[in-house]
Design a protein around this ligand. Structure first.
Ligand code: DGT
Ligand code: CA
Ligand code: ZN
Length: 579
């Protein structure tokens, strides 16, 4: 029993009590206890076992007794009984955005619905439309959420999959019989979401059983789906499937290339091989009518044999990379090491968790030369957006901090809301006080494509706008992009020399990399922006670098590669271009 599990059980008790319509104070006590335990420093198990936990504010003696039973026996009868007193599927309904315990209770009591499938059906039957506290709009919203959930339930955000994959990889590397091992698939191509983890490895043939036994007994595996000699599959704690494929070492480069994909890239590569009288598959590159493969020591050799320069995994999407590799004309891709500083960062002035100084110091420790603060603007009341007075105060604080650094610069910025009519929510003289302005949409998503496009293009024409923030508003696996004519948006950004951000938050990752080609043709510059709300969030920039690489962005197109003095010049050039 660890802290995370304890917190989850306390939360579930609170939820079930609420579902059962018990005294709200009772459920709140469990929610509060969960929050308290989550943020407690020190050894929680120790505190619980010694009974000292009851001295902590927010944890009464009743809860403290239950925690003791839970920790000492690994189970809590109270929790088990409570859970069995409600239908099994009811808790799943809470996973639908917009459905809290109160609404789930109504749906259950009035319509006797206990699963997501039933709820979907009921929506199609318009049964929620006529239910007290719901209505046509909320029914539509619930149905949409269910559809999204179904569509995406089989995919995972990149960092969740990557974390799991690196864990497995680290473990496999401990096995002395494995000669080479690598992560392949969409994860190696740094796709924005992935379906499963593909790991490939090589070994001596007689060691396969031993390695597969090792892999399928991975301690963090929830389940073994399939155990074979050349391929096995396990399920990891996030629910993601992880495949391991094994071949002989001379076949390894071919399997690595094949399993990295994409499927479309592979198909074009195979056609190319065919045109050179070669047959290519995951076991080798075979001259016609021979069963002995050409010798390739690594992936690079495979490309050489096909008269191509090496194609980075991120580019293997059949987006023209093979033609460009043939002409030795692949882009000089942006690299993590090229990044000199970060923009789009929130602080405790708005909805961030840390002060300006804490964010700046952390950024500086990461080896960067600058940080561009951009808290929310005044119409973002839900995020404690800044009014004019607080902007002044923030700018004074930044000036003072800047005076203390000789190797680091904090830029003054803002993430200004684009209002429904395309205006920003500050007057020009307020906007003029910032070094840079990010314009983003945070509300009013329900618009036609043409209205939304006009709204964003109008903002881009505002002389004070430096960058466009998260251009599509999508939340990966959660919310669709708003309808938008992206071609028009990019053309407008190009006309006014505006920067278009690649938001590096793993839930956003837009500008989508598929628009990179057009953005590059239009000579648009990008900024790889972590959109960080905490010091941890700053590190997301590296995921953004992966997306920029997938979008064929060169070092010279990314403004984070510039020195502070060059940036000030660019910002003022952009402003001048719009005047
Ligand atoms: P995912 O899992 O949906 O996020 O995306 P991938 O690309 O990892 O796809 P996955 O796991 O189905 O397959 C891994 C790689 O195996 C894929 O990138 C290319 C290769 N592959 C799979 N199916 C085929 C196929 O039918 N033909 C060829 N040529 N390659 C394939
Ligand atoms: Ca995959
Ligand atoms: Zn934003």
């Amino acid at each position: 029993m660890n802290r995370k599990e304890i917190v989850k059980i306390l939360e579930e008790i609170g939820t079930v009590l609420e579902l059962k319509g018990e005294n709200p104070f009772k459920s709140r006590a469990y929610y509060n206890a969960a929050r308290t335990i989550e943020s407690l420093s020190g050894d929680v198990i120790d505190l619980i076992q010694s009974g000292k936990i009851s001295e902590i504010k927010g944890i009464g003696s009743a809860i403290s007794e239950k925690l003791k039973i839970l920790v000492n026996t690994g189970a809590l009868p109270y929790y088990e009984e409570l859970k069995s007193s409600i239908p099994d599927g009811l808790l799943n309904l809470l996973e639908i955005p917009g459905l809290g315990p109160k609404k789930v209770k109504t749906i259950y009591e009035k319509l006797n619905i206990t699963s997501i499938g039933e709820l979907e059906y009921a929506c199609h039957e318009n049964r929620l439309r006529d239910l007290d506290g719901f209505g046509e709009k909320s029914q539509d919203k619930i149905l949409k959420s269910i559809e999204l959930k179904k569509k995406y339930s089989e995919r995972f955000h990149y960092p969740i999959a990557m974390r799991e994959a690196l864990n497995v990889l680290k473990d496999l590397k401990k096995n002395p019989n494995i000669i080479r091992v690598e992560i392949a698939g969409s994860l190696r191509r740094k796709k924005e979401t992935v379906r499963d983890i593909d790991i490939v490895a090589s070994c001596k043939e007689h060691k396969r059983d031993d390695i597969m036994a090792f892999f399928t007994s991975f301690v963090e595996a929830e389940m073994v789906v399939n155990k074979g000699q050349t391929k096995s599959t396990i399920i990891l704690s996030s629910g993601i499937h992880c495949d391991l494929r094994l071949v002989n070492d001379e076949q390894f480069p071919f399997l690595l290339h094949h399993s990295t994909g994409s499927k479309e890239h592979n198909t074009t590569m195979r056609q190319r091989a065919k045109s050179m009288n070669l047959t290519m598959n995951e076991y080798g590159l075979f001259p016609d009518e021979r069963d002995q493969s050409l010798d390739c020591k690594n992936e690079s050799d495979i490309f050489t044999k096909l008269n191509l320069i090496f194609i980075e995994p991120e580019l293997r999407e059949n987006f023209g990379e093979i033609e460009q590799a043939e002409k030795n004309a692949l882009p000089d891709l942006i690299k993590k090491e090229d990044i000199k500083g970060l923009f789009h960062v929130h602080t405790s002035y708005s909805d961030g968790a840390f002060s300006i100084k804490e964010m700046a110091d952390h950024c500086r420790k990461m080896g960067f030369k600058y940080l561009g603060i951009s808290d929310h603007s005044k119409s973002a009341f839900y995020a404690n957006g800044l009014n004019e007075d607080r902007i002044k105060q923030q700018h004074e604080e930044i000036d003072q901090l800047n005076a203390t650094y000789d190797d680091f610069t904090i830029f003054k910025g803002i993430e200004s809301d684009i209002l429904q009519d395309g205006q920003l929510d500050y007057s020009d003289d307020v906007l003029a006080a910032f070094d840079f302005v990010i314009a983003s949409i945070h509300s009013g998503f329900q618009m036609s494509e043409s209205a939304m496009t006009a709204r964003i293009c109008k903002a881009l024409a505002n002389p004070y706008v430096t960058m466009l923030g998260h251009p599509t508003g999508r939340l990966l696996l959660g919310r669709e992009a708003y309808p938008l004519n992206m071609t028009k948006v990019l053309e407008t950004a190009s006309r006014y020399s505006r920067i278009v951000e690649i938001n590096a938050n793993p839930h956003r990752l837009d500008l989508d990399w598929r628009w990179g080609k057009l953005a590059n043709q239009l000579r648009i510059k990008t900024a790889i922006n972590p959109d960080a709300h905490s010091t941890d969030g700053l590190h997301d920039y590296s995921i953004g670098v992966g997306i920029a690489r997938k979008g064929w962005f060169e070092t010279s197109s990314v403004i984070n590669t510039l020195e502070p003095i060059e940036l000030l010049q660019i910002f003022s050039d952009i402003r001048a271009a719009g005047q």
